[in-house]
Design a protein around this ligand. Structure first.
Ligand code: ZN
Length: 101
């Protein structure tokens, strides 16, 4: 969505990165009156990720023929809206493996 009508003043709110606590969430900000509108899906994702951080989940490595798979808990799949066959970037670090969506 490029812009949306500001409910407060009727002008067009422009896409913007808005701050929610310590995170940036996409949304729209009205350049006229300053009213801010958060993207509902982005906020939902932010809340789901915060919940995951509190849960301290684990993932099990399993052998599948000549390769290995990492089983990801459904909470993670749902929070990041992962789909079957989704390609993730592997960002190796010394003591952890970061998967970028
Ligand atoms: Zn406005």
């Amino acid at each position: 969505m490029k812009g949306m009508k500001c409910v407060a003043c009727g002008k067009t709110a422009k896409p913007a990165k808005l701050r929610v606590d310590n995170s940036q969430v996409p949304g729209w900000k009205c350049p006229d009156c300053g009213e801010e509108y958060l993207d509902g899906v982005a906020v939902e994702t932010l809340l789901a990720i915060r919940k995951l951080k509190a849960e301290r989940l684990t993932a099990k490595v399993t052998r599948q023929g000549n390769s290995y798979a990492i089983r990801v808990p459904m909470q993670v799949v749902n929070a990041y809206r992962l789909k079957d066959k989704k390609q993730l970037k592997i960002l190796p670090e010394e003591k952890r493996i970061v998967l970028e969506i």
